[in-house]
Design a protein around this ligand. Sequence first.
Ligand code: ADP
Ligand code: MG
Length: 685
Amino acid sequence: MRDHSPPLCPEWESTSPGRSARYQALLESRRQLPVFPHRDVVIHTLRRHQVLVLVGETGSGKTTQVPQFLVEAGYRRVACTQPRRIAAVNVAKRVAEEMGVQLGAEVGYTIRFEDVSHPKRTRLKYVTDGMLLREAYGDPSLTRYDCILLDEAHERTLNTDVLMGLLKSVLPRRPELRLVVMSATLESGKFTDYFDRAPLVNVSGRMYPVRIEYMPQPVRDYLLAAEEAVMRIHRDEPPGDILLFLTGAEEIDSVCDRLRWRVRTERDSRSAAALAPLLALPLYSALPPPKQQLVFEPPPPDGTRKVIVATNVAETSITIDGIVYVVDPGFVKSKIFNPRSRVESLLVSAISKASAQQRAGRAGRTRPGTCYRLYTEASFQQELAEATHPEILRSNLATVVLTLKKLQVQDLVHFDFMDPPPPETFMRALEMLYYLHALDDDGNLTQLGSRMADLPLDPPLSKMLLESDRFRCSDEATKLAAMLSTQIVFVRPRNKQAEADAAKLRLMSEAGGSGAGDHALLVQVFEAYLRHGQSTRWCYEHFLNDRALRHAVHIQQQLARTLHRLQVPLISPGVRAPDRWLRLRQCVLHGYFMQVAFWRRGKSYTIVRDEQTVFLHPSTVVQHRPAWVVFHEFVLTTRNYIRIVSEVRPEWLLQLAPHYFDEREYADGASRQALQRLGRYRASK
Ligand code: ADP
Ligand code: MG
């Protein structure tokens, strides 16, 4: 292959004297990273080959250093993908600091609803895999970049998998393009084979031995067991920081609170005065960036021990030094798609063996460590899957299909996926998009479908938003979409549940009572937040998450701008209009008609079509047991719940989605009977 890459910067090794002391100190620590000696091999290999696979332990410097090598080697437009937003933001900040440049200029990042990069000046951009895919819409060969790094490829996220397939088809068309696939685990053979025996660079990290301890018996409550494990380590084990893996923000915040409280009370009681202070730090995506940065800072030198309570983001995406103890309950929250019911949900499920090994590895970065697995050795051996199932095999492919159609990939079935999803899943996705009118009878993207692909939202939400002006409530719809795209805003502290519920009821009565539904309540909360000047104090008094609401305001502004660009007028029936929430509910149904359930006597609710029995989530404000409801999501915890629910009138079903509710399309069953009753009722009127 011809050598297309630009020459190396000759002045690279000489450290320019004008640089600050901070820059020099960082440079010194960068030189210690295991990936550093591989710099020349990486650059030289890319002169002769288009694709390079780079494998290295977490913490070896792949994410922060390799893109810098490429910039230094003269590549001008480098993109490095990240599956997680939190990692893209964090790493971009770190790298801007290491390079001594301003974030948003030479180094930047792009995540959903936030672009901190400069179209001309940015040479290195960290970008979520989903956003890079979106950039490919207008530029299917990604000509904007001369070098792309797919990071965390071992995670096999849906978007990374699609990007791999896309780039594989772009490479022959763009011989000057360079691709680096970076991965943390040893499944590298799969990547080198996929890219036609691409060369492999293996970065051997320095790893200290990690002792594994199992539970003798299965634990009943992993949160409690995790808390106990941390307390025991803190009391009995020599100094060294702790990393505890939990599944989500709520869990993490409450365990942090509990740990702080327990250490405080033990330290206050005289008998345990010898207990050192414990600094409990959460780490998850929705945390504001300055709080995220705290996990990297050394604890105060008074013998304080740090415990970082993190989601899976700490497994490979973000490296924290100084961890000696890992507590691994063995769970992760991940997406599961049920193709039969078309419902995709986030479920807490068991991790894989590969994941457990990665987690344990976090304890051995600076010195020998210990990993406490809160499960038995037998369940590790017998119950855990070898590797995590690629996301593409457990997702709703509607968004992927929409993306591929937008990228003008005609033959979906023969698209070169590393692990092709089963054809039924594709059929389901095509069917869903057809029902949404995103595809026509021939499977081609409609005008609506093309516009739906432009919005970084799930297809039903995009549809709801894009056609909200028909219901004269596009203003309300953007607010709702923003609230649905942020974290849950309602806070319910364990010791103040009644007060929190009462505060919610007050907000609800302002929204026109429980009949208005959960969707209306979200819009009402959004508006009340603005009316009170986005006051933190007001949020606190009303048990609302200030940060989530601020984020929602930001998203709403972005969405309003996008709608303006797509020429959807922003209109409202008016705050006092009696039919305001009714219009909103119709508008929601227009997008979410595939998520409708009906009341069955003695049975609770049943989802139309798949006939799954579900219950209204306890958080709902809907109390009057309507016959038909539309719901936003399906959550499986101790029961099958539907969350964020509003009443819909049965006649709307036939008005808004007659093609979906045509009883002749249904096999005999409860759904069909319900629709038949509905048809008769309608005929009698
Ligand atoms: P890899 O991608 O191979 O897992 P990274 O490039 O992410 O490794 O991290 C390499 C090292 O850089 C880490 O071990 C850590 O010491 C340091 N580092 C990365 N991000 C930060 C940060 N935000 N603050 C402080 N140190 C960091
Ligand atoms: Mg990394």
